[in-house]
Ligand binder design. Structure first.
Ligand code: RBF
Length: 209
């Protein structure tokens, strides 16, 4: 019987070509992480997100994801500010005949800039239940903290954290199951959610529905 689970596709096709997206992933349970990461990146590109606008960062475990997401969002604002300063420096060098430390720094071409603030962050982790209470504590704190990061920053944070009860559940949800049915790579869904939420957030920020 066909499953009723999973997101219904949107009836709008979202264009990722102007979006900048960060992926922050943990390194625990690496074979599953690698498959999820590949699925996420492939689907981002399929929706038009440019290679140069995908930034990938890694952290040791899932517990580290919320702080890392918060910091990469902040880092992209620092980059955007620095680019704005460079642009002004480039303009100043045309305006002023006086030699200055910036006079030889040309303004970067707008088309080659990949330093706009991130439009969305995808947090990828794989938690597999063990015999102690670690799993419960990490799942609970990480999910709450990732929600907090997106509400505090206003940048969509996509919840790409698998909370599996065993290895097979994790493998199936990364599309690399051991059975005849390999399962489904949820990284693809996270990429679709990222492009949709990034597009909505931009539109809403511009006062449009
Ligand atoms: N991190 C994961 O991303 N997935 C796990 O399944 C996972 N299991 C852990 C189990 C134990 C007993 C411990 C101590 C840590 C585990 N971590 C796991 C790592 C955790 O997210 C974090 O990186 C470390 O606790 C350091 O803050």
């Amino acid at each position: 019987m066909e499953s009723i689970k999973g997101p219904a596709p949107s009836n709008v096709r979202f264009d990722g070509s102007s979006l900048r997206i960060a992926i922050v992933h943990s390194r625990w349970n690496k074979s599953v992480i690698d498959a999820l990461l590949a699925g996420t990146i492939a689907k981002l590109k399929e929706q038009g997100v440019k290679d140069s606008n995908i930034v990938v960062q890694s952290v040791p475990g899932s517990f580290e994801l919320p702080l890392a997401c918060s910091k990469v969002i902040a880092c992209s604002h620092v980059q955007a500010g620095a680019t704005a300063t460079d642009l002004l420096g480039g303009l100043a060098s045309f305006a002023s005949p006086r030699p200055s430390s910036r006079a030889s720094t040309p303004a970067p071409a707008a088309s080659s800039m990949s330093s706009q603030p991130f439009d969305a962050v995808i947090a990828i982790g794989v938690l597999i239940k063990g015999s102690t209470m670690h799993f419960e504590y990490i799942c609970d704190s990480v999910s709450h903290a990732l929600m907090r990061v997106q509400l505090d920053t206003g940048v969509p944070v996509i919840f790409g954290v698998l909370t599996a009860l065993n290895d097979d559940q994790a493998l199936d949800r990364a599309g690399i199951g051991r059975g005849a049915n390999k399962g489904h790579n949820h990284g693809e869904d996270w990429a679709i959610a990222a492009v949709e939420m990034a597009s909505h957030t931009r539109r809403w920020a511009a006062g449009k529905f």
